[in-house]
Design a protein around this ligand. Structure first.
Ligand SMILES: [Zn+2]
Length: 143
């Protein structure tokens, strides 16, 4: 990979809260949980679908809507579920804004993406505090 400038983004480990540098970690989502959520959403909709095929629900029903599956960031050594079925993005491949955009475009092709919190993952990257944060020396040339 091209490395004439420092990476713009840092993935922060959910386990030890330290940045994941290059090849020792990933951003991942548990695909077993995603499938389960997909099924729950289908059931939720089926329960509220009228005979004519239209969906009708009250405001309170929203609270029963299945929770999105969280994207997690971990060093390989901090991964609490190393054997889990997962879709993962290696930390080294999500270090620039361009890569983040490309991943987002790629993930948008997945029918299961809306059942994950990718939106929350993107939200506020530029403000810090999330799983993906701005690298301190973004854009600085590597000496
Ligand atoms: Zn860690």
């Amino acid at each position: 990979m091209e490395r004439d400038v420092a990476p713009a983004l840092n993935l922060i480990c959910d386990g030890c809260r330290k940045p994941i540098t290059d090849d020792d970690g990933y951003l991942w989502v548990n695909t077993t949980e995603v499938r389960r959520t997909e099924e729950s959403v289908r059931a939720w909709e089926a329960e509220r679908t009228d005979a004519d095929g239209s969906l009708s629900f009250s405001g309170g029903d929203i609270f029963d809507y299945p929770e999105k599956v969280r994207w997690q960031a971990h060093h390989a050594r901090c991964d609490p579920a190393p054997g889990a079925r997962a879709y993962d993005i290696p930390a080294a491949k999500i270090r620039s804004w361009e890569q983040l955009l490309d991943w987002t475009a790629h993930l948008m092709e997945k029918s299961w993406l809306p059942h994950t919190d990718w939106d929350d993952c993107l939200r506020g990257v530029h403000q810090g505090g999330g799983r993906l944060v701005l690298a301190v020396e973004a854009g600085a040339p590597i000496s």
